[in-house]
Ligand binder design. Sequence first.
Ligand code: ADP
Ligand code: MG
Length: 592
Amino acid sequence: MKMKNKKSGAGALKKFLPYYKKYRGTMIFDLFCAALTTVCELVLPMIVRRITGAASSENLSELTLELILGTGALYILLRIIDTAANYFMTSTGHIMGTRIETDMRRDLFSHLQKLSFSYYDNTKVGTLMSRMTADLFDVTEFAHHCPEEFFIAGIKIIGSFILLCTINVPLTLIVFSVIPVILIVSVVFRLKMRANFRESRKQIGELNSQIEDSLLGIRVTKSFARESEEAQKFDTGNCEYLRIKAERYRIMGAFHSSTRLFDGIMYIVVVIVGAIFMMGLGGLPAITPADYVAYLMFVTTLLTSIRRIVEFAEQFQLGLSGIERFNEIMETEPEIKDAPNATDLCNVAGKVEFCDVSFHYETEQRNVLTHLDLCVKAGENVALVGPSGGGKTTLCSLIPRFYEISSGKILIDGTDIKSVTMRSLRECIGVVAQDVYLFSGSVKDNIAYGKIGATDQEIEEAARLAGAHDFIADLPNGYDTYVGERGVKLSGVQKQRISIARLFLKNPPILILDEATSALDNESERLVQKSLEALAKGRTTFTIAHRLTTVRNADRILVLTENGIEESGTHTELLQKGGIYSELYQLYAEIE
Ligand code: ADP
Ligand code: MG
């Protein structure tokens, strides 16, 4: 298990290293500054030792003003260097980390743009958001702190080891033998804390989704008078959180106390064993009182270094798992990609053919479409009707290749859609769906989405064709009115008309209208229907509608059920036939 972790960790790091490449110079400078910040700490005990040594000599004869000023000046100089080095390390280090974060986020975002519908069907957007932000922030911190901190601690530990060895080797070895014990105990505690931390994070996630679910459903709760049951349900999760948190503080308490205990042990060793060495017992090389002071001071340096290593071992883990999650997305291949020799689909007339097409969703076993054959002439207006779940939406989403068919072929003007570039394919197909997504921005921006670089005149023309111009002109800022997040400031008809204007600009030869008017009331539907009819003129159109009146005038009506296309013909033909369609129509007429 551990081996596996290590292996994947190393693999993750390998993928991450190229991001450093651009900043190699900055990194070296950063580490150089980091090295400089250790000098003061290493030199101070030596200076103090020198001065104490001079002072404890007979008659203080060696403690001269010269010595004091000399060492003082050296220390002041080192402090100045230390301040500057620390400034550069903190600022450039963090900036470099953020640059790397920005690069990674850019890559991640453009990769997410490439992933297919099926990926988003099975992924929560919330998770992706936290990957784009919080996880990558962990990576930034990791990117510069880890090299810096390990480098600094390494220099301090090795440096003090060497310096102390120049004073007294046996005593140094005794003092340093305590370090591995401290490291092991700290790491064990940290691991425990991390496991707990993960648990509590998960619990907070659960708690959040429970709160969200309950509050979103508050109207249902109230209408069923189930408030106390909801509160009870909530309390279970809340108490679980308390249990996890309490556990954490117990581990934390033990950890902090053990750290203090080890600090104590370190000092006890130096105070007692050092003093014994001062006595010069057992023929061991003796140390002077000045050396004794230096040892005590180095112990402080050592203890802080160890503590930082332990702290950053945790950040290292966090960063690593951030990188792993990053790689996980980057390694997800878009399910649908352009073929290597894909060509552009040009001058499309709009003939669409399904040849023996079968399809099932990646996550399902059951085929939605089985051996389906269908030929739609250029400019033909085809209506798809049938029971909900019959596969109408699915069939239409195969034409722009939103999903990849399992077998068979789809041809546009006789060309297999798999052999053309996705961009050119989707350029020639327009989709109007039941729910319209408007980007947060102005009305104009949203219409202009249909055509890159559309002029104001073109936009207005498209809006007029879609019957949207009048209401847009009445908005407080006309075309520059902000539509709100997802277009909340507009009514259903207004949104739908903007989405139609968008398609007038795009001007695709093939059109898919998937229950475009279903969410609207009768009056609004009539308005939008008029715009849609204008849009459909001269284009190959697939209309899906559950209000059968809207499809009466179609050139051909297809009844799609689980068994495939069961009936096909004009409204009158199908009514005469007396099959599924006529049944549906009668039922529908009764309801209306
Ligand atoms: P219709 O538009 O005729 O109501 P759909 O094409 O939406 O029917 O759905 C056809 C079948 O495919 C249904 O059984 C539905 O559950 C399933 N389905 C639709 N979308 C997905 C999806 N994204 N992932 C998995 N199954 C889906
Ligand atoms: Mg549908």
